[in-house]
Design a protein. Structure first.
Length: 364
């Protein structure tokens, strides 16, 4: 656990520095630099306590390096979201360690709020809009796209793998299995696409209605909205006077104030409303199809037991990769997450294969 905590701190320092390197806003860039410095201090403290030589400190993990690559491709707001999740993990680790050693839990272990409060007391140039980037950034478009890719591929792989094994268990022959696999791929992908379109469209309509109500409140009671926004910032740990100044500054521009209020009060990211429901549906179709085609591939070239074994092997490899990709969000051990995914996927396929075999025997 000590090694894991140390690695988490090293990864956090590395990623905050990368965020700073790619940040164009000077005030936010300074926040990232200070947070990176704080995380480095945490890492050194962990190393000293564990009698680990500072010269031998671990380098950033594959997860941190992968997140950095994702940041370059999808945007670093997603990385920021992952960092906030990491902060929560660090806080939980500290609390657990104190409980195990019977130390007093002071309530200051929630490092994210504490760090931001300390930095923002010194950094007066950080505005409300900039601060909102630190809250719920995992809702960014890039983050959603990556999650959709992983989960869509997983749905396609597991569902079609189970379907194919069920048909193969009934001894339907190569053509029957291939036909069922392709039909399952098409039906599942279309269902996913339609479901995604409805989900995105419904969310947009709901958010637009809530945003309209918020605009009406802003126009009829601007003083009340100013106080409400200041209270939100105070609750986040911003000093009262600075929170009031930030809220008043934001309210000078009605359109900007509306954008900040819907994000802070309602938790709505206006950027999400710009997404196309059709585009989301197309992505869902493609991602599901990519996962679903994996167990079908062997039956395109061979048949019988060989095709079944190859399908199981291909699917197991795909399941492991999906499990490993999930650790980008969870921070769990790659091997644990990967093999867990493989076990669950194989178990589902084994059940459908057994049912197919029973049905096939009974029909025969």
């Amino acid at each position: 656990m000590k090694t894991k905590n140390l690695q988490t701190e090293i990864d956090a320092a590395f990623l905050y520095q990368k965020l700073a390197d790619h940040e164009s806003d000077a005030a936010v860039k300074n926040v990232f630099i200070q947070m990176s410095s704080i995380e480095k201090g945490h890492a050194e403290a962990f190393a000293k306590k564990g009698n680990i030589s500072l010269d031998g400190l671990m380098k950033p993990s594959w997860r941190a390096k992968t997140l950095n690559v994702i940041g370059k491709v999808f945007g670093y707001d997603y990385v920021l979201g992952a960092m906030m999740d990491t902060e929560k993990g660090i806080s939980n680790a500290i609390i657990t360690a104190k409980k195990n050693s019977k130390q007093e839990i002071t309530g200051k272990e929630t490092s994210h709020v504490t760090i931001l409060r300390t930095i923002l007391e010194k950094e007066k140039n950080v505005t409300g809009a900039q601060l909102s980037r630190f809250e719920k950034p995992h809702r960014s478009v890039g983050g959603n796209a990556i999650r959709a890719a992983v989960l869509g591929g997983n749905d396609g792989l597991v569902s079609n793998f189970s379907l194919i094994m069920g048909i193969a268990g009934a001894s339907a022959g190569q053509e029957g299995v291939l036909l069922a696999g392709l039909a399952g791929l098409l039906a599942g992908a279309l269902s996913m696409a339609l479901g995604e379109w409805i989900s995105v469209k419904s969310s947009q309509e709901l958010y637009e209605n809530q945003m309209q109500i918020e605009m009406e409140e802003l126009e009829t009671n601007p003083e009340g909205e100013t106080k409400e926004l200041a209270l939100i910032y105070i609750a986040k740990g911003i000093p009262e006077q600075q929170a009031l100044e930030m809220a008043s500054d934001i309210m000078k521009n009605k359109e900007h104030a509306h954008e900040v209020l819907v994000k802070e009060e309602l938790g709505i990211n206006a950027e999400e409303l710009k997404g196309s429901a059709v585009e989301a549906a197309v992505y869902s179709f493609i991602l599901f199809a990519i996962g679903a085609v994996i167990p079908v591939l062997p039956f395109m070239f061979t048949s019988g037991t060989k095709a079944i074994l190859l399908s199981v092997s291909f699917s197991a490899a795909g399941l492991f990769l999906i499990g490993a990709a999930i650790t980008l969000f969870t921070g769990r051990n790659v091997w644990f997450s990967g093999f867990r995914q493989v076990i669950f996927g194989l178990a589902a396929a084994a059940i459908t294969f057994g049912i197919g075999r029973l049905i096939g025997v009974s029909i025969t």
